[in-house]
Design a protein. Structure first.
Length: 152
C-alpha cells in the first residue's frame, strides 16, 4: 500500500490553542485524523510526524526516499527561512506538496516568500486543516499520473 509522510514543523504541536484567530481551533490530533481518513479514501497510509527542530525535519525528509511515495509538508516558519529544508527536499526527490493553514500571502510581508515552493509540486494555503486533505488528494492524482503513465 502506498504511504505518504505528513510532516509538520515548529509550533504546530500547539494547534488548537496557539493564535486560534489565525490557525483555528483544530488540533494536531484532528489534522492527523483528517489525513488518515483522506489517505484511506485513496487507498494509502500515512506516517504522521511533527518536530520543532529543523534537523529532525531534514532527517525525516531524507528517510522518506524509498519509504514514502510523497510528502505533505507544513514547515511552519521554516518555510520562510530554511534553505536547508529546500535542499533536503531537492535531494530526496520525493514529490511534495506544501501546506499552510493560513493564507501566508495575506499576512506579513516576510511570510510571502517560501523556500519550499520552488521545489514543491504545489502550495495549498488558507484553507485550514482542509488543506492537508487537498494536498493528499493532489499527491494521489500526481502519483496516479506520473511520467510514463499512458493515461495522462
Amino acid at each position: 500500500m502506498t504511504s505518504l509522510l505528513i510532516l509538520n514543523g515548529p509550533n504546530l504541536n500547539l494547534l488548537g490553542t496557539r493564535q486560534p484567530e489565525v490557525y483555528g481551533r483544530t488540533t494536531l490530533a484532528d489534522v492527523r485524523a483528517i489525513c488518515e481518513a483522506e489517505a484511506r479514501d485513496h487507498g494509502m497510509t500515512i506516517a504522521f510526524e511533527q518536530s520543532n527542530h529543523e534537523g529532525a525535519l531534514i532527517d525525516l525528509i531524507h528517510a522518506a526516499r524509498g519509504t514514502h511515495a510523497g510528502i505533505v509538508l507544513n514547515a511552519g516558519a521554516y518555510t520562510h527561512t530554511s534553505v536547508a529544508l529546500m535542499d533536503a527536499i531537492s535531494s530526496a526527490s520525493v514529490p511534495l506538496v506544501e501546506v499552510h493553514l493560513s493564507n501566508i500571502h495575506a499576512r506579513e510581508a516576510f511570510r510571502h516568500r517560501s523556500f519550499i515552493a520552488p521545489v514543491a509540486l504545489g502550495q495549498i494555503c488558507g484553507f485550514g486543516a482542509t488543506g492537508y486533505a487537498l494536498a493528499i488528494r493532489a499527491l494521489a492524482a500526481h502519483l496516479a499520473h506520473e511520467p510514463g503513465d499512458t493515461d495522462g
